[in-house]
Design a protein around this ligand. Sequence first.
Ligand SMILES: CC(C)(COP(=O)(O)OP(=O)(O)OC[C@H]1O[C@@H](n2cnc3c(N)ncnc32)[C@H](O)[C@@H]1OP(=O)(O)O)[C@@H](O)C(=O)NCCC(=O)NCCS
Length: 174
Amino acid sequence: MTNNTIHIFQATEEHLNTLVDLGRTTFVQTYAKDNSVDNMIEYLDAHFKLNQLKSELRNPDSFFYLAAKDNEYVGFLKLNTGGAQTEETEAAAFEVERIYVLKKFQGLRIGTLFMEKAIEVAKAHQAPFIWLGVWEENPDAIAFYEKCGYKPFGTHTFTIGDDDQTDIMMKLEL
Ligand SMILES: CC(C)(COP(=O)(O)OP(=O)(O)OC[C@H]1O[C@@H](n2cnc3c(N)ncnc32)[C@H](O)[C@@H]1OP(=O)(O)O)[C@@H](O)C(=O)NCCC(=O)NCCS
């Protein structure tokens, strides 16, 4: 899928270092201002390490997509279905677990392209809906999801280090 110079494509193991870098950078850019250094380090070390990403990428129920702009990697999307979903909803549903665009490239409709990709993949698997969890204190992302048509349907707990935070769960019926 291309949009001007933006190209969205499925990531493979050759992109593992890129996924680690993009995950760490975007996570810090988004959450460092509202979380303790210790909690950030603990989360980054648990979730954005090469071996962790490798096992996630090898999970047949998870799908990673990268965005490239002018040959630079600028963000990634992680989708889960079946047992890879982080909450029990419906086995056939799809979760947007991560949708990360580097700060410098936000507002360029890359997130919209990722959402279009999520819909395409979920529909190809006959998913009834797509869902996601978003931190209640991330108003930018909530505004983006609302714009994409997602509606709140519950909450769940998301733990960063010693901090249990509330995520709003939102879904898009397909
Ligand atoms: C949230 C995110 C994925 C959105 O991607 P993006 O490429 O910046 O968004 P887009 O350019 O596609 O924006 C699409 C629409 O959402 C709206 N939108 C995006 N950010 C917004 C904000 N902060 N406030 C209000 N509306 C917003 C845009 O105005 C745009 O609307 P338009 O179609 O009328 O122009 C991206 O900003 C991001 O990666 N943020 C940091 C990581 C993060 O928070 N991820 C979500 C974790 S749950």
